[in-house]
Structure formats: structure tokens, C-alpha cells
Design a binder for this molecule. Sequence first.
Ligand SMILES: [Zn+2]
Length: 161
Amino acid sequence: MPANRKKVSKEKGVVEPQSDPPEETRYQIAPGLLERTGRSAVLMALYCRCPRCWAELASEPEMRASITFEEHRERIVECCSLRDDYIMPNMPLLEAVFRIILAKNEPVGLQEVHRSLMERWASRDLPRSVSEETLHRILRRDAFYGIQEIVPERPSLAANG
Ligand SMILES: [Zn+2]
């Protein structure tokens, strides 16, 4: 059985002269961006909680009012996002992306967002397809969902000479 000799060239400091793969754009939900447009990050996260969580929250309205965005997100990571109905095919694309990013504790790469989207948002009954490039363009324009693009820092290639 031939060994998998695929070279990993991701070490820091290794500069590859030829074309590098498309730089990994990553995304995170920025509560500050949401608040700036008058939207509540806490409420948006609350609406992503699953029916079981809502049942718990309904029994403790006071507790519900004091839950932070990060606390919601922790529960979404551990509970709500694991359910099949967390992302439904009939959701708008950006809402699905919002939920995908929200369900991670760290910024999510464009490829991973795209893969999750195709796995969970597209369905047999409602087949949909969006290319990574299109997705990238759409996300760049988003202001509504507080999706923030993190552009990777690159060593200044042009500054050589
Ligand atoms: Zn839940």
C-alpha cells in the first residue's frame, strides 16, 4: 500500500515561491457589528436555540434575560447546532451561514463554511448550489448578520527590494 506522501507545507516561515492556494479567508460573528446596526446579538443568538432549550428558558424568564451572547453560543455549540433542524433548507442563505459560524468557537474558514452549507442547507428536495467564490462575495457584503471577514495577515511580498 503506497504511503500517503502528501507534503504539508503549512509551517510558518516557509515561503513558497509559486502560486499558493487561495488564502484562507475566515469568518466570525462580530456582536459589535450587529449592535452598530441596531440589532441585538443576544436576541439573534437566542433565536438559534433549539426547542428543547426554549422550553428550559421559558421556565426561567429571569435567567433568560441575563444570558450573554457568548453563553448562548456555548449552548448552541454543545446542544442546538447538533440537531438536524438547526439549519433548514428553507432558510435564507445568510441565516444558514450565520448559524454555521455561530456554532463554532473560533473563526471558520470559507471552505468549511461552504462545505457545511452544502451538507446542511442544500437538500434532496431543494437542491441548491453556490460556489465558494459566490459565497465569498455574498459574505463580504453582509451587514445584516454581523458576519465579519478576517483577512489573513500576509508577509509583505511586494516589499522585497
Ligand atoms: Zn439547544
